[in-house]
Design a protein around this ligand. Structure first.
Ligand code: IDC
Length: 332
């Protein structure tokens, strides 16, 4: 009888140890996407598939036409190790071999870079933001037709993916980049995307280079899983803009900081760590997702890599610029 008790005790211990081990290995191999599933918008927050707040910690590529070399699996894996859960693929529409200004070979090239980026991020269990990067074309309506056919194509292509977010107009600006025009554009493009994909989060840019979230909060779009972009560059944008962001979030607007830098708005100049820390505190307080600009070694201070760094993956701390060190050391 005694033997039997010892046997039962031993079996129980084995089961417990195996259970712990299984749990441990499951967490160790979990990826952002396997652990959180499809992201959604709930009130002013971005939440995971179980409704728990999820903080997007992303890195944006520079323009895909400028720096295609960073769209590679080892690069994304290196970022993931440093706490990055999202990759933003920035595809300019007009500047430098833009999608709408270049020829059809260029368009194909950009689409295959996006394809590569989506596949690699998916294999690593990371989220991807596909960014229609309007900039000099301040009014998104200018390329509405191209946007609709682009988003229809990629929404179809990645219909099975649960890790994709669509950012439909990076930074509207100028008189024609008004909320009225953005709404017209967004309603059309959202309808196109929703005809294929009912659930993915769609990020909509706001007037004045995605700063006027107050205007969006006063007259938001209809529909579910729609978030609004807010962008800042810490050396230029300060407390008045933090107040604007906070007021919009308090009013219930779901906001993603889908692009920010520590530099001046030009992408270059002084790196303001003090202001960046204030932005970070605010984003943490409201669990606001954030995506740092940009994964490149361009000789400008917003670039996350030092200009001397030639590596396209496997970076050491010393390969990062001042902005890169802050992003990976403090923000993530
Ligand atoms: C900048 C790049 C710079 C490039 C320029 C093109 O950093 O290398 O020459 O675009 O016009 C934004 C834009 C983003 C800008 C960035 C910095 O979304 O495209 O990138 N910025 O100026 N909004 C505010 C700042």
């Amino acid at each position: 009888m005694k033997k039997f008790y010892w046997f039962c005790f031993g079996a129980l211990v084995c089961v417990l140890v195996a259970g712990c081990f299984w749990r441990y290995s499951a967490t160790a191999s979990a990826t952002p996407v396997s652990a959180n599933g499809r992201l959604q918008v709930k009130g002013a927050k971005i939440v995971n598939s179980k409704g728990k707040p999820f903080v997007i910690k992303g890195v944006s590529t520079h323009g895909l036409s400028w720096y295609p070399q960073y769209v590679n699996k080892s690069a994304f894996a290196s970022l993931k190790k440093r706490g990055v859960n999202t990759i933003r693929l920035a595809m300019y529409t007009e500047e430098y071999n833009g999608y709408c200004t270049g020829d059809s070979a260029n368009r194909k090239n950009l689409e295959s870079l996006i394809d590569q980026g989506v596949k690699e991020a998916t294999a690593l269990g990371m989220y991807v933001i596909i960014d229609w990067h309007i900039l000099s074309d301040g009014n998104p309506l200018v390329h509405k037709k191209e946007a609709q056919s682009f988003f229809k194509k990629i929404a179809k292509k990645y219909n099975k993916n649960t890790n994709i977010l669509f950012e439909i107009c990076n930074e509207p600006n100028g008189n024609e980049g008004s909320w009225n025009n953005i709404k017209k554009y967004a309603n059309a493009v959202i309808k196109t995307i929703r005809s294929v994909n009912k659930k993915a989060i769609i990020v909509v840019g706001t007037p004045t280079w995605s700063q006027d979230v107050d205007v969006a909060a006063a007259a938001p779009l209809k529909g579910s899983n729609i978030a609004y972009a807010f962008h800042f560059y810490a050396s230029t944008h300060k407390q008045d803009l933090r107040n604007k962001l906070e007021a919009a979030v308090k009013k219930g607007l779901p906001v993603i900081v889908s692009e920010f830098g520590l530099s001046e708005a030009s992408g270059n100049g002084y790196i303001d760590i003090k202001e960046a820390n204030k932005w970070n505190k605010l984003m943490n307080q409201y669990k606001i997702g954030r995506v740092g600009w940009s994964l490149s070694n361009k000789d400008e201070s917003s670039a996350l890599l030092k200009p001397s760094c030639q590596k396209t993956a496997g970076w050491k701390d010393s390969d990062f610029s001042k902005a890169g060190k802050w992003l990976f050391g403090t923000c993530f």
